[in-house]
Design a protein. Structure first.
Ligand code: COI
Length: 353
């Protein structure tokens, strides 16, 4: 396994973390980059000072959308730097790449190169609970060619950003509007890929929801507009009185690493986690009967985000007392406890840099 070539920036002052951190607004000094060419494979694995990209205006991703990304985090405990299930993110990235006819990464090598980058940037890792170093790997097709076909060259980069809570409300419960006009993904499409296009396509609905006072939208399936899918920046869980349900992966939902981890933890806690189709009408009906105890989202950026209010057509449902539910808080504490190295890691999810 090759090592990346490293060129370091000369800092004249120590790293000072911005306050407040916000989400994705500040970037560290260095990035990781690898280039790919058809017939040659991946080459030029480098860690170097962060700099703007110079690209040909015909670069294919700008025209035809061969752009995918990932999101994971690094945490700090004393001198230790911890990553949470990084292999899962690069495996998912390879799945996204396959869907968009882009090249696969060597997962083990990419994790090692990421570790080298994070080690160099360790002073940028915030230590307060809820804060972390967000890791954004991404890949784009860069061939200068306007024919609609897969690019023959690619750039893969990893940039790093010290972050706090994803939502402006911090870890306070979010208000979610169930989207009944626009759709996110159809079966056979890009829904389960972390394609940039999925996020561009979600912005109009999110903007309209924001104008109505909501934080985000909850997508319904695109065919029947009946079943709950995901929020777009996080997977959704509904704690009913007799089970904790999350939509089954059907090809249209992002298979979240946090989602998978939550399911495992809930299983161990004997909370009856269930992956199934969840009709929105069932949620409304069971809410009127008092059977919807909690709703929360799960994602790398969002961690565990309690949903305080869910609105669907004319129904405005306050979830529980509108605050952070007991299970949401317990899951947040458990996951962040493991991620920050404060709690035992029975599944071996945490990788030390
Ligand atoms: C993540 O949770 O890492 C995401 O990718 C969500 C969002 C910031 C795009």
């Amino acid at each position: 396994m090759g090592k990346p070539t490293i060129t370091l920036k000369q800092r004249t002052t120590p790293v000072e973390l911005p306050d407040p951190l916000g989400f994705g607004a500040h970037f560290t000094d260095h990035l990781y980059e690898a280039r790919y060419e058809e017939g040659k494979g991946w080459f030029n694995h480098t860690i170097k000072p962060l700099e703007p990209l110079s690209l040909h205006p015909a670069s294919s991703f700008m025209h035809y959308g061969q752009a995918i990304f990932e999101g994971l985090k690094a945490y700090r405990k004393g001198d230790d730097i911890l990553l949470f299930r990084p292999d899962q993110n690069f495996e998912r990235m390879n799945n996204s790449a396959a869907r968009l006819c882009m090249p696969a990464l060597d997962v083990a090598e990419t994790v090692e190169h990421l570790k080298a980058l994070v080690e160099i940037e360790k002073d940028w890792i915030p230590t307060n609970k809820g804060e972390a170093l967000y890791i954004r790997p991404y890949m784009i097709g860069t061939e200068a060619a306007l024919g609609v076909r897969p690019s023959k060259s690619y750039i893969f980069q990893i940039i790093l950003s010290p972050v706090g809570a994803y939502y402006a409300s911090g870890f306070a419960p979010v208000k979610i509007l169930v989207e009944d006009e626009y759709v996110r993904a159809v079966r056979g499409g890009l829904g389960e890929s972390k394609a940039a296009a999925n996020y561009g396509g979600s912005m109009l609905a999110a903007l309209k929801a924001k104008e109505k006072g909501f934080t985000q939208v909850l997508w319904l399936d695109a065919v029947e507009r009946k079943y709950v899918e995901e929020v777009g920046t996080m997977n959704i869980f509904i704690r009913f009185n007799d089970e904790v349900a999350t939509p089954a992966l059907s090809g249209t939902i992002l298979p979240g690493v946090t989602r998978r981890s939550v399911l495992k933890v809930l299983d161990d806690w004997k909370m009856n986690p269930v992956e199934r189709k969840i009709p929105i009408d069932e949620v409304v009906e069971r809410h009127t009967k008092g059977e919807v105890l909690e709703v929360f989202g799960a994602g790398t950026a969002a961690v565990i985000s309690a949903v305080g209010e869910l609105a669907y057509k004319d129904n405005r449902m306050t979830i529980g007392d509108g605050g952070v539910g007991e299970l949401s808080q317990k899951l947040f504490d458990e996951l962040t406890g493991v991620q920050y190295g404060e709690k035992p890691d029975p599944y071996g999810w945490v990788v030390k840099v």
